[in-house]
Design a protein around this ligand. Structure first.
Ligand SMILES: O=c1nc[nH]c2c1ncn2[C@H]1C[C@H](O)[C@@H](COP(=O)(O)OP(=O)(O)OP(=O)(O)O)O1
Ligand SMILES: [Mg+2]
Length: 211
């Protein structure tokens, strides 16, 4: 992986594509995604861990294309929900789930636990639980059938109402005490510098010797 290369990312998530395009763009690399290969079969994400799912996505797409492929499996673990939604983050609200329906489901599940809070912001916004985002990355080389892997996390709290327009997924409900903003209120560079995905990418690039 070096400047001028095209990186194939096995994702159909437009938010991830934007973040990888931004991060690899700074290194002079171009990103293509499953939006550029619409005829490849869906990957059944039935692993028990983020890492297992990331390997499965990278291998299925890498074997089909006979190219090195990067995959990202990520999600949100909420302490007061016993680590849910975890690997089910993308389909938390069931068939046809969207970011909006998943965020609504998250708030509904936390509401069931009663009005216990872990904190409150100046404007009265309640912090309902500690949480973390996790990202597992897998880079698969089909010729050697080998993987290079990494993982990253970021800790925060879940708010009872959304803030910000940036990012994707659960970002508007994820409060970062360090920044006094939600993940959706960060710039692309700020999110990359602290996020689970950004951290996992730093570790992966270090393993590859890319600086
Ligand atoms: O930075 C993030 N900010 C907010 N939410 C996030 C983030 N990173 C992952 N998430 C949430 C979105 C989705 O509900 C799930 C990922 O699920 P995950 O299966 O890895 O991705 P996906 O199905 O959307 O696309 P794909 O599998 O094609 O890569 O976690
Ligand atoms: Mg998925």
């Amino acid at each position: 992986m070096r400047s001028g290369d095209t990186v194939v990312v096995a994702t159909k998530n437009a938010g991830k594509v934007r973040e990888f395009t931004h991060a690899f763009g700074k290194l002079g690399m171009n990103v293509v995604s499953m939006f550029d290969y619409p005829n490849l079969p869906e990957v059944d994400e039935d692993g028990r861990t983020f890492a297992e799912n990331a390997r499965k996505k990278a291998k299925q797409v890498g074997d089909a294309l006979q190219l090195p492929v990067l995959a990202d499996d990520s999600g949100l673990e909420v302490a007061r929900l016993g680590g849910e939604p975890g690997v089910y983050s993308a389909r938390y609200s069931g068939e046809g789930a969207t970011d909006a329906s998943n965020n609504a489901k998250l708030l509904a599940e936390l509401a069931k636990l009663g009005d216990t809070q872990v904190g409150m912001l100046e404007d009265g916004t309640e912090l309902l639980s500690d949480a973390r985002f996790v990202c597992a990355l897998a880079l698969y080389h089909p010729k050697e059938q080998s993987f290079i892997e990494s993982e990253g996390e970021v800790r925060g709290q879940i708010m009872n109402s959304p803030r910000g327009e940036g990012g994707f997924g659960y970002d508007p409900l994820f409060w970062l005490d360090t920044h006094r903003r939600s993940m959706a209120e960060l710039t692309k560079d700020e999110k990359q510098s602290i996020s689970h995905r950004g951290s996992a990418l730093v570790t992966l690039l270090a393993k590859l010797g890319v600086e």
